[in-house]
Design a protein around this ligand. Structure first.
Ligand code: HEC
Ligand code: HEC
Length: 445
């Protein structure tokens, strides 16, 4: 085999079998351990798509344990919704659970023209499942968005949220998947047009540093972690509109198996989630006695412990309240808050909040450029016509309306921002309070 093949093959595995010798160098015996419970794994790697950052695969094997398997089951069948997306669903049953006996055996999301999108069979079948993939192929796919054979994954696989999974929880999910009985289920493979694939190439990001779970054991921090990895904010936030109503305030159209439903407002506001912890837990468990549309994956969330559901409630209560009525039970009508049409839209009124008085001297201090590398997100704060404005590439300029002298609403943006100071009192960052509290560091002087 030539050098090119060496580069394109999952080297560790082929070398372990002694099948490949690159150039004149003999195979280092250190690579001899197989990757899937001692079995040798060999998957041809595709030619990398230009711009794709991918980390080389390792032959790491996560230690199997009962504790990990049970934790993995809890996560995969619950907050992470793996079984919801990687199974055909039975839409005739409340909440549309996975078809019995075919849990995690894969699901065809789309088959249309030259686009095929398939959430593959995650059971351990050798031919049609993950039986021949290594642990690290799975780990890299789940958190870093690169398929077992080196292609950028379609973002319908929620790897940007799963990137926040702690190392231990990732290990648990993989140990659980390995414990599943094989289900033979031949499905087509994902095939995406070149330009679509190219548009996804810049998104996957290798993870090389340790990822820890919640920063402490408080309900707020555990809830933040769970809401992040479960991507509540992904579905419950309208991301694209001239005027964004704000994180978690709903209005985003979600499509599943041909059904199109608007997500609702779950911010702590009278028009959103005004109910207490106990009512929240009941709704998450029962989907309002089956009334909640199954597009809301409550059949997965009902598997969460009361403690974890209470933690998610505590985190959602810490979000910025937004006035935005959304319902799937009324005919769509134009909404003044988000500018789109959805049920109860015509009842919404766009209110201009009253600005607090903040001195120009202070506003000047906040001017500057702020950035977070991880999301490739840069915001320039500029004082114009007597008030601060946020300039972000590809987005309309948005006015900052002071609530206090530190906290500002972002008119038509995802959520308020707060400025932070270093120990010398100099402005050193900006925290965007949206689906999480995201800190952008000041990058100019
Ligand atoms: C919202 C739906 C959704 C959820 C939730 C989801 N997946 Fe996926 N997953 C997909 C889709 C769709 C694909 C196919 C993407 C592609 O081929 O580009 C995929 C691809 C994958 C792949 C990559 C397969 C390959 O070709 O290498 C793995 C592994 C995977 N998912 C595991 C998981 C696990 C484990 C979970 C739970 C932690 C999970 N997924 C949750 C939709 C989902
Ligand atoms: C796949 C998209 C999706 C995800 C992920 C999702 N939701 Fe939902 N959710 C919806 C949709 C759509 C509705 C509206 C259903 C309806 O109107 O029948 C909804 C409704 C709800 C409701 C009921 C609101 C009400 O009063 O009617 C609550 C509560 C809720 N979601 C909380 C959450 C939480 C918490 C999470 C994360 C753990 C979450 N959702 C994740 C799509 C999603």
């Amino acid at each position: 085999m030539g050098l090119a093949t060496c580069r394109l093959a999952a080297l560790f595995a082929l070398m372990a079998m002694g099948l490949v010798a690159c150039g004149e160098d003999p195979t280092p015996p250190a690579l001899a351990a197989g990757s899937n419970d001692g079995r040798v794994v060999a998957v041809e790697q595709l030619e990398p798509v230009p711009g794709l950052r991918l980390r080389p695969l390792t032959d790491h094997v996560f230690e199997r344990s009962d504790a990990r398997r049970e934790r993995g089951r809890y996560l995969a069948e619950g907050i992470l919704q793996c079984a919801i997306c990687h199974s055909d669903r039975d839409w005739s049953r409340p909440g549309a659970p996975p078809v019995a006996g075919k849990e995690l055996a894969g699901h065809v999301w789309k088959q249309e023209g030259d686009t095929v999108l398939v959430a593959p069979n995650l059971t351990s079948d050798d031919e049609t499942g993950i039986g021949r993939w290594s642990d690290d192929m799975l780990a890299r796919a789940i958190r870093e968005g690169v398929s077992h054979d080196g292609r950028p994954l379609h973002p319908q696989m929620w790897y940007p949220s799963f990137a926040m999974l702690s190392d231990e929880d990732l290990a648990s999910v993989i140990v659980y998947l390995r414990s599943l009985d094989p289900i033979r289920n031949p499905l087509p493979r994902t095939r995406l047009p070149d330009e679509v694939l190219a548009s996804f190439a810049g998104r996957p990001a290798p993870i090389t540093d340790p990822v820890h779970g919640p920063i402490d054991d408080s309900p707020l921090e555990r809830g933040r972690y769970l809401a992040n990895i479960g991507d509540c904010g992904g579905c419950h936030t309208l991301w694209e509109s001239e005027r964004l109503p704000g994180a978690f305030s709903g209005g985003n159209a979600v499509t599943r198996d041909g059904k199109r439903i608007f997500s609702t407002n779950i911010t702590p506001h009278a028009t959103g989630m005004a109910y207490n912890e106990q009512a929240f837990i009941t709704i998450m468990r029962s989907g309002k006695q089956g009334m909640t549309n199954p597009v809301m994956p409550w059949v997965a969330f009902r598997n969460l412990t009361s403690d974890d559901l209470a933690a998610i409630h505590a985190f959602l209560q810490s979000r910025h309240p937004v006035s935005h009525r959304v319902s799937n039970l009324a005919e769509p009508s134009l909404c003044a808050v988000c500018g789109l049409e959805h049920g109860l839209g015509s009842l919404n009124i766009a209110e201009k909040p009253v600005a607090a008085n903040v001195s120009n001297v202070l506003l000047r201090e906040y001017e500057g450029t702020y950035r977070i590398e991880r999301y490739d997100w840069t915001v320039r704060i500029v004082l114009e016509h007597g008030s601060l404005h946020a300039h972000t590439e590809g987005e309309p300029v948005r006015a900052l309306i002071p609530v206090t002298d530190k906290l500002f609403l972002v008119d038509g943006g995802l959520g308020p921002v707060r400025f932070t100071r270093d120990k010398d009192g100099k402005i050193d960052g900006l925290v965007s309070i949206d689906v999480d509290d995201t800190r952008l560091a000041r990058i100019d002087d």
